[in-house]
Design a protein around this ligand. Structure first.
Ligand code: PBG
Length: 326
């Protein structure tokens, strides 16, 4: 054979494979989502997400110690309030669960970067991400409450806010409210391309945020639509988004790729609860090699163009990355 090009030459040993490796998952890329609630000494397992818990604040602090020791730079916080009501008061309460969790985090770990999810669905009794009238989720009246929520998170000391509601105009509303309140330095990481996905199932068990009627398809995007994701992203950037979240991650690598190509802003891929649950379930059965499947999934997000990865696997991934370096 007169073969000149033999790509296998650069695959012949671990040394050369490492040398020509194009993408890497770094511990600094990881953002760890955590669920916090009131109470004491509670660490409630979430059955569909083995290894993930709902933490009371004292247990949350203990867990943070591990996160910091692992070198993970950031957490994304979700709150489970004691009470829910029609307008999600708990979301923007000065003494709400997120506000308390943020203050506590900053007191104990001032260098840990704290990102807060800004949404109403965990705080409303109907489980929707906005205000309801006659069975419809109202857009503009919701914006005020989201903006109020973001400001209250910033007041508590959040480093960055991440609106996940998918109302039109919320990035602009939040940007304006933050600026007016003296928080022009706080960035917005927007869930711009957020699809109405079945992959959020386990999260809703964790956060108790399943809609009590209907679904989220009137505000989250239709999964077959890629161009629409580019439109949403363009609008969010115009409104002041600093980082773009693509969510879910695994089935939406094309969206990550297009977003990076078209806009160039930092992108965070959200490796969501259902993606985590599938890997955990198959690994538990011994059907897949968990470490290899997780790391291959995470690096696929980097290859697609993600800069950051929000993942429930963060603690394991950080450990595996360290292991492989040594
Ligand atoms: C709140 C929110 C959800 C997720 C992040 N923020 C749930 C939803 O939109 O129903 C999902 C995260 C996950 O599945 O891991 N709106």
């Amino acid at each position: 054979m007169q073969l000149i090009n033999r790509p296998r030459r650069l695959r012949s040993s671990e040394a050369i494979r490492r040398m020509v490796r194009e993408h890497h998952v770094r511990i600094e890329d990881l953002i760890y989502p955590m669920f916090v609630m009131f109470g004491e000494q509670k660490k409630l397992p979430i059955s569909s997400m083995p290894g993930v818990h709902n933490y009371s604040l004292d247990e949350y602090l203990l867990a943070l110690k591990e996160v910091v020791a692992a070198g993970i730079p950031a957490v994304l916080l979700f709150g489970i309030p004691e009470e829910k009501d029609e307008v999600g008061t708990g979301a923007y309460d000065h003494h709400g669960i997120i506000q308390e969790a943020v203050r506590l985090t900053k007191l104990h770990y001032p260098n840990l970067y704290v990102i807060t999810d800004v949404c109403l669905c965990e705080y409303t009794d109907h489980g929707h991400c906005g205000v309801i009238q006659e069975g419809r989720v109202l857009n503009d009246p919701t914006l005020k409450l989201l903006a109020q929520t973001a400001v209250s998170h910033a007041e508590a000391g959040a480093d960055m806010v991440a609106p996940s509601d998918m109302m039109d105009g919320r990035v602009a509303a939040i940007r304006e409210a933050l600026d007016d309140a003296g928080y022009s330095h706080i960035p917005i990481m927007s869930y711009s391309a957020k699809f109405a996905s079945a992959f959020y199932g386990p999260f809703r068990e964790a956060a108790g945020s399943t809609p009590q009627f209907g679904d989220r398809r009137t505000y989250q995007m239709d999964p077959p639509n890629g161009n629409e994701a580019m439109l949403e992203t363009a609008l969010d950037i115009e409104e002041g988004a600093d980082i773009i979240i693509v969510k879910p991650a695994l089935a939406y690598g094309d969206i990550t790729y297009r977003t990076k190509e078209q806009f160039g802003l930092p992108i965070a891929a959200y490796n969501v609860s259902g993606e985590y649950a599938m890997v955990k379930a198959a690994a538990e059965k011994g059907w897949i090699d968990e470490k290899r499947v997780v790391m291959e999934s995470l690096v696929s997000m980097k290859r697609a163009g993600a800069d950051l990865i929000i993942t429930y696997h963060a603690l394991d991934a950080a450990r595996w990355i360290k292991e492989d370096e040594s």
